[in-house]
Design a protein around this ligand. Structure first.
Ligand code: R5P
Length: 295
């Protein structure tokens, strides 16, 4: 049995040496089957291998959370600025126009609501339905250290196997329970487990200390999770720091759709990720487009 502390405390991350890409721009993707690479190339802009993903799958456990009471009115104007949309199949089929040009990352786990134990999820969609809806990837929560850790890992590995059969990548999401710390030690453990067990993409929270070690030690793209709504400048600074520390993109929800001017924020986030705007420049763009909103 490998030594737990020895593994986690090893410091050979070589954060200044990018992983070899072997001719395919998405990290760790060169050896994948053509269809899977084609799907990844829809999520990540091939010009810079980065993505701006817009998350609005919250209803699968939270119901109509603030900003998502009417997805048709809130999200559809934002979609053209996103590379990918992260949503449930129910919302995609009922609300999102099939003319959408976005890559679709479809929620494939679920079960418990905010009224019960969130880690007790199951697979909530067949991979055949993901293919039918033209998913570029499916998303699954992984509760490392949570009450139902093994079940959630099993959900992910079953989806990875099904995805390998149909050429559909899996986005493993590090789900952080109330009791778990969001530090690089925990996030490094969770992201690496998800990648080792086969997910082609990982979504995780940002941490101030050691995020570059989290991304360096994860052999597939790490996409920064947005989290609760912060002041606009703080959200933009967090996204910039995550990208600077090796994230391949951002997947933001509340920090965009709960804003006073979601379209302005979406535009600023896109410019920050794809045009390398600084947080101050992106915030200025947000203020200009929103007619002076700070937050
Ligand atoms: C999180 O794990 C779920 O997928 C959420 O429903 C969503 O993606 C969270 O987005 P945000 O925290 O940026 O609002």
């Amino acid at each position: 049995m490998a030594d737990k502390d020895g593994n986690i405390d090893a410091k050979q991350f070589h954060t200044d040496t990018p992983q070899e890409s072997h001719g395919f721009p998405v990290k760790g993707g060169a050896g994948l089957e053509w269809g899977m690479r084609h799907r990844l190339a829809r999520i990540f802009d091939p010009a810079d291998a980065r993505t701006v993903m817009l998350a609005f799958d919250h209803g699968y456990f939270q119901g109509p959370t603030r900003g998502l009471e009417r997805v048709d009115l809130t999200i559809n104007p934002l979609a053209p600025m996103a590379n990918a949309l992260m949503a449930t199949r129910g919302i995609l089929r009922s609300v999102i126009p099939a003319t959408s040009q976005n890559a679709l990352v479809v929620r494939a786990s679920g079960g418990p609501s905010i009224l019960s134990e969130l880690s007790d999820e199951r697979i909530a969609m067949d991979m055949e339905d993901a293919a039918r809806i033209d998913a570029a990837a499916v998303a699954v929560q992984v509760f490392v250290g949570g009450q139902h850790e093994t079940q959630s890992v099993h959900n992910m590995t079953r989806l990875v196997d099904a995805g390998m059969r149909l050429g559909i990548p899996v986005l493993g999401v590090t789900a952080v329970g109330k009791e778990l710390t969001r530090d690089s030690r925990y996030l490094g453990l969770a992201t690496r487990m998800i990648a080792e067990l086969g997910a082609q993409l990982v979504k995780t929270y940002y941490c101030e200390e050691g995020f570059e070690e989290v991304t360096a030690a994860c052999p597939v793209p790490v996409i920064m999770a947005g989290g609760k709504t912060l002041p606009a400048i703080d959200a933009l600074t967090m996204a910039h720091r995550a990208m600077d520390a090796g994230a391949a993109g951002v997947d933001m929800g509340r920090n965009i759709f709960q804003r006073r001017d979601p379209v302005a924020m979406m535009t600023a986030v896109r410019a920050l990720v794809h045009e390398n705007l600084t947080p101050a420049q992106a915030h200025e763009q947000y203020r200009d487009l929103s007619g002076g909103a700070e937050d």
